[in-house]
Write a protein that binds this ligand. Sequence first.
Ligand SMILES: Cc1cc2nc3c(=O)[nH]c(=O)nc-3n(C[C@H](O)[C@H](O)[C@H](O)COP(=O)(O)OP(=O)(O)OC[C@H]3O[C@@H](n4cnc5c(N)ncnc54)[C@H](O)[C@@H]3O)c2cc1C
Length: 375
Amino acid sequence: LPGTLSRPLPVPRVRDLAVAGPAVEPPPSLAHLVSADPGDRAAHAMGKAYRDVVRALRGRPGRIPDLVARPTDDQGVADLLDWAGERQVAVVPYGGGSSVSGGVEYRGDAHRAVLSLDLTAMGRVLEVDTAGRAARIQAGTLGPSLEDQLRPHGLTLRHFPQSFEFSTLGGWLATRAGGHYATGRTHIDDFVQSLRVVTPAGTSSSWRLPASGAGPSPDRLFLGSEGALGVITEAWVRLQERPRHKASAAVAFTDFQGALGAVRALAQSDLCPANCRLLDAGEAALSGAAHDGSSVLVLGFESADEPVAARLERAVALARSHGGRHEGTDGAGGREDGPDGDAAVRAWRSAFLRMPYLRDGLARMGAVAETFETA
Ligand SMILES: Cc1cc2nc3c(=O)[nH]c(=O)nc-3n(C[C@H](O)[C@H](O)[C@H](O)COP(=O)(O)OP(=O)(O)OC[C@H]3O[C@@H](n4cnc5c(N)ncnc54)[C@H](O)[C@@H]3O)c2cc1C
């Protein structure tokens, strides 16, 4: 509420954290991959949950890794694991560090020291199979760089978690991330063809082709393993053609139950919207998608193959039959978008992308703003 927020907390300086020296030193053969810089180490101590942001602001990061290593290839990863295993050094794989569940922290006391294994120096698309629409990509590739490298091929992974800007392919695989356009294929699992994982017991490489239905799938073992079984170093992933046709609409509802009914009807139809997101009145107001207490259903369709206006029109009609109001200039909502789409959709998208930045700013002012998931 205006007037109730306190002055922003200052961001602590690294030197105020009094980071102790590392408990181990890397061998000379690996020293070029390893950093003992206190700022680098402190930056790898935690993920990015609200709780982590607050702990960082209060200067209480918890256990700071003794070393940060940035291997550039599988051999480097294997050598670091061998050394760490011999020295009782815990290894925590680190992608973009956007974990919201403590995944990049070391918790325990069974090890002499902690090594944060940062994969971001392994950030290349290594091979593209345009005919098969797939690519072999290094695990440390951050979202924007991954899409930049695929763009010249006319292909996209189209995996967009809200943390896209600061998270990596390896992190998505290790956490079974879900992206937006959340009603189509959204989980990273859906895109995996094969994985390469360096473990303390050797390297595991699954077959890309031919696909096999025999026995348990090793990929399923590693997906979501949060770094506990080894370090994912690369993956073959399925790609899509970049969409050429897009259409979006925002439908307002006075009655939230009606809006829920519309979402259910859409989910049970064959329409498969790329985006189907219901904002309650509070979120709609906060994002600028509505100012009159309405809930807003954000709908989006896209295709590389065929116009999608008719599908959007049908979806808007379904929403209307549940009490929705669509007041676009086109009447029925069946227009193909320009690059920016419907104004209310645009307002929501921009608020959605800004939200994490806003959250961190609000945390500095003593306000809680966080995503909560319910089922
Ligand atoms: C603002 C915000 C929005 C978010 N939005 C979403 C969202 O929309 N959808 C979603 O699913 N998640 C979301 N997240 C959570 C987080 O971004 C995801 O879990 C993401 O997949 C983590 O990727 P990362 O590269 O940052 O991994 P990290 O945070 O670095 O690591 C996550 C876990 O995976 C392990 N790991 C990382 N890389 C590897 C590797 N190469 N091999 C083995 N293990 C590895 C780590 O040890 C850790 O346990 C969000 C987080 C924030 C802060």
